[in-house]
Design a protein around this ligand. Structure first.
Ligand code: SF4
Length: 662
């Protein structure tokens, strides 16, 4: 049944996307599962809300749990009737919009609204949040003298107990809240129309993640598949502009619209290859030295500082893993540390760490900004270790650099250079999927359980899971480092030069296409031994020429005689392929016996199109490899074994052979 009742949170949801509002109301089963990370955010928000009540002690709460909306509203009315001046979570409804106010305080001039947030600044969406509360309360006739957003003071440092007046910042948003009233009024009317109608037809957009990550993305984004434009590097707005222009796949985006790194990515994905700029990788590797340590911290970031000298959301390390190599090709060793008590883990952790890492060691982290900030914070709190920590920081190198700069990019990374994606590209069999703990958020949650647990079995199980997880992170780094040293698989590699050559080749093909336009309708194109990139090039060509395509490598019917044939990249042909190709070319020899079909062979640069009135085939050969050159030399004799083409200068492995009949 349709209902146009809005709540504060559904109004904010509707501001982000009307479809989200509709789905939330009528199709909740399509919602994504709540992640542990989101659940943690809710819990933190709740904790902060409770703490903020200390700014106005002595208030009365209108609970949400166990009371229906109408009961909460009635309870609020009763409390107001009793002259209560501080209320926590009072409930109001006006024009079918239901809101609860975090803190409502009566001052000499009227009521003050306080909206409590767990962030460290005021965001625009918070003003909307307050504005809808203002709309409802003033609509009910309450005089609102002030409206505030209360957020965490990021500069607060805990000394002793939490001083909440220092910990929180109250920001007066009364004026902007009032300015928004007519907008809120209109938007409420719009949202009610949405709720009374059919599901809005809304395509995905940048609003799916802004201001909040929508929990219907699993539903709305299901059509976004592998190799989508969203895997491209670059800002979201640009990717959405590709998408809106109808380019769902990165392969559809016109090359001129891509910036260089995106072009490399597309090439890597199309050819299932790895971009590997050998000079840049070598430069990076030369900046490292032995002994080489691979470091990874696990941390938790409490919104309310738990320990002396810490600030809100400071990353507190409780665990690290350290793999190390004493010398090149040396034996890989491992050290680790995990603090399992419900106390401050930092001092013992840093004491162990500086003991584990020698002064002269090169230390690799993945995204070293994080490890560096953790270490720097430790120097402030434990100056006794400052020199040692400073030495580690000065020797810290970032294994992410070659991937962030795209000196290396594998199509298997799917657009991301996170440790897990890069590792998955290198070691698809060694994924985190089978692990009890699969990411940092799960590690933090597990840690919060272990330090409170008094069940020895549970403690042992979680402890092992944490150690396994953190160890895999540094092991992944070792594997990535080794892969960089080994230069990735040679035959999967390409560099920017290959792209330039490829572009030149395509330009050439485009010229050929322009020449043959009109000659080849109803022709058949046989493609042999094509890799995907070459195949795509010819797809374009054949689409223009309107001819059928057969992949000879998979053909079982060898009777069809090609009137147009292409052989590309013999280097990717197996011996079986070559044998099959022989059969084809023998067949071709038969055809060549037909005097109506003269054959023209040429190397591409000097090729001149024969007279249009001729029936013809054209064979274009370019840079044929020594190994395969013989095959091709044999094959391009005619049926009387007369050598039709001979080129002793063929040296490289690239061939394009076209046979074509007008
Ligand atoms: S995923 Fe995007 S389009 Fe779908 S409901 Fe959410 S915000 Fe709207």
């Amino acid at each position: 049944m349709k209902s146009d009742l809005l709540s504060k949170s559904s109004f904010i949801r509707g501001l982000q996307c009307h479809k989200s509002l509709y789905l939330h109301k009528y199709c909740p089963e399509l919602r994504d599962e709540t992640t542990k990370e989101k659940q943690k955010l809710f819990e933190t928000g709740h904790e902060i809300g409770i703490l903020a009540r200390g700014l106005f002690p002595g208030g009365v709460e209108v609970p949400f749990e166990g009371l229906a909306i109408t009961e909460q509203i009635e309870h609020t009315k009763t409390l107001l009737g009793q002259g209560k001046e501080i209320l926590y979570e009072p409930a109001f409804q006006y024009n079918n919009v239901f809101v609860k106010v975090d803190i409502l305080h009566k001052s000499a001039d009227g009521w003050e609204i306080y909206e409590v947030k767990g962030s460290t600044s005021v965001k625009d969406v918070y003003i909307n949040d307050v504005a809808v509360q203002y709309y409802v309360l003033s609509g009910l006739g309450l005089t609102i003298s002030k409206a505030y957003v209360v957020h965490i003071n990021r500069y607060y440092v805990r000394h002793g107990g939490i001083e909440i007046t220092e910990y929180f910042k109250k920001v007066d948003v009364t004026s902007s809240t009032r300015d928004k009233q007519s907008y809120v009024n209109q938007e409420i009317a719009r949202q009610k129309i949405v709720l009374a109608g059919n599901m809005p037809v809304t395509d995905i957009g940048s609003y799916c993640d802004n201001p909040y990550e929508c929990d219907f993305k699993g539903h709305c984004w299901s059509h976004v598949t592998e190799n989508s434009v969203f895997e491209l590097r670059g800002n979201k707005a640009k990717k959405f502009s590709f998408y809106r222009a109808g380019h769902r796949s990165m392969f559809d985006v016109p090359e001129g619209s891509l910036f260089e790194k995106q072009m490399f990515q597309v090439y890597a994905h199309q050819n299932q290859k790895v971009l590997f700029e050998a000079d840049e990788v070598s430069h990076f590797l030369k900046s490292l030295w032995y002994p080489l340590y691979f470091l990874d911290f696990e941390t938790f970031m409490p919104a309310i500082p738990r320990f002396e000298g810490t600030h809100p959301y400071q990353a507190i390390p409780f665990q690290y893993s350290l793999h190390y190599l004493g010398k090149k090709h040396g034996c890989l060793k491992h050290r680790e540390y995990l603090f399992c008590q419900n106390a401050d883990p930092r001092e013992e952790l840093i004491r162990t760490l500086v003991d584990h890492i020698p002064d002269n060691a090169c230390v690799l982290a993945y995204n070293k900004t994080f490890e560096e900030s953790v270490l720097r914070n430790l120097t402030f709190q434990f100056p006794i270790f400052k020199n040692k920590i400073d030495s580690i920081i000065s020797n810290l190198k970032d294994l992410m650099d070659p991937f962030r700069r795209m000196s290396v990019y594998s199509w298997k990374q799917r657009g991301s250079y996170s440790l897990k994606n890069v590792f998955a590209a290198i070691e698809p069999c060694l994924s985190y999927d089978h692990m009890a703990i699969q990411n940092g958020h799960m590690a933090t949650s597990a840690y919060s359980v272990i330090i409170k647990s008094d069940d020895p079995d549970e403690i042992q199980r979680i402890k092992q899971a944490l150690l396994d997880y953190c160890q895999l992170d540094t092991l992944a780094m070792v594997r990535i480092y080794n892969e960089l040293c080994d230069g990735f698989s040679q035959n999967e590699r390409f560099d920017h030069m290959e792209i330039l050559e490829n572009r030149a080749m395509r330009d050439e093909l485009e010229k050929i296409e322009a020449r043959y336009k009109g000659y080849s309708e109803e022709n058949t194109l046989l493609l042999y031994g094509l890799d995907d990139a070459a195949s795509d090039l010819f797809d374009t060509l054949t689409e223009e020429l309107k001819i059928d395509i057969y992949d000879v490598a998979n053909a079982t019917d060898l009777i069809a005689v090609p009137s147009f044939m292409a052989v590309i990249n013999p280097q990717i042909l197996s011996e079986d392929d070559i044998a099959l190709l022989f059969q084809w070319l023998e067949l071709l020899n038969e055809v060549q016996a037909n005097p109506r079909m003269p054959i023209y062979f040429t190397s591409r640069p000097s090729f001149e199109l024969p007279d249009r009135s001729d029936s013809f085939r054209i064979i274009i050969i370019d840079d044929l490899n020594e190994k395969y050159a013989d095959y091709f030399r044999v094959e391009i004799k005619n049926s009387k074994n007369r050598l039709l083409f001979k080129n002793d200068d063929l040296v490289k492995t690239q061939a394009v052979i076209l046979t074509m009949q007008a």
